[in-house]
Design a protein around this ligand. Structure first.
Ligand SMILES: C[S@@+](CC[C@H](N)C(=O)[O-])C[C@H]1O[C@@H](n2cnc3c(N)ncnc32)[C@H](O)[C@@H]1O
Length: 221
């Protein structure tokens, strides 16, 4: 009986996929402690390296996809820049909003897989720790490509599986559990990128943290 239950659980856990309802719920919980983990220590250092020296021109339009609690906003010089920030989770957005109450950033609750903007609306898109979180990362990257202006760039900070290699066994083992926490540690960026490779080029792809598990990737239209 117990054996059957374990096998059943193992099978369904393995097949279980991230979805928006789950993400809304899990990020409601994460919103209470998110900044203490992902906006401090090694994560804060990594974010600083990602955005170090980055500047934006006054006439640029910026989109932050999956803004979360607004950890990136604190590191960017966005004065006089038109910024729109979206996230699926009301609770994460509320945190971001409360930190930027004096700014003109427009916060919207929206699905990163279905961006409600016209084609070619933004000069720069910032996508930190979002492709590994959305249920369909290819759809989300395709949407970013659609709303990005010609010559615009997408700045990605995220964790991916090692290039041209299988996921290490230990990560394969814990992947279903980590997924239930609201993120996937087994995605190959190269696979996700295929869908948009006709119109986008990888300009920069550098390891940022944890032996290259976290990377900074800049892609240009
Ligand atoms: C790991 S957090 C990253 C937040 C922020 N970008 C950062 O770097 O700290 C992932 C964020 O994606 C949001 N999210 C999850 N599914 C989403 C979706 N389908 N569309 C938009 N945002 C989503 C979550 O609510 C959460 O705020």
């Amino acid at each position: 009986m117990l054996r059957r239950m374990i096998i059943k659980c193992k099978r369904s856990c393995w097949r279980w996929k991230l979805n928006n309802s789950w993400n809304r719920m899990i990020y409601k919980v994460w919103s209470l402690i998110y900044d203490r983990i992902f906006n401090s220590g090694i994560f804060l250092k990594a974010r600083k390296r990602v955005f170090d020296g980055m500047s934006f021109k006054g006439d640029q339009k910026i989109l932050i996809v999956g803004v979360g609690t607004g950890a990136d906003i604190e590191l960017l010089n966005l004065e006089n820049i038109e910024v729109t920030a979206i996230d699926l989770s009301y609770d994460m957005l509320r945190k971001a909003r409360s930190k930027s109450s004096n700014s003109s950033i427009e916060f919207k609750q929206m699905d990163a897989q279905n961006l409600l903007f016209k084609d070619e609306s933004f000069d720069t898109i910032i996508a930190s720790l979002i492709l590994s979180v959305v249920p369909d990362p290819e759809k989300s990257l395709t949407e970013m490509e659609r709303v990005l202006k010609k010559h615009g760039r997408i700045i990605i900070f995220d964790k991916f599986a090692p290039k041209e290699k299988q996921l290490p066994f230990t990560k394969k083992l814990i992947r279903p559990v980590v997924r239930m926490l609201g993120t996937d540690i087994g995605l190959h960026f190269e696979y996700i990128f295929q869908k948009v490779s006709d119109t986008l080029t990888i300009e920069n792809d550098v390891p940022i943290m944890l032996n290259g598990m976290y990377r900074k990737i800049v892609i240009r239209k």
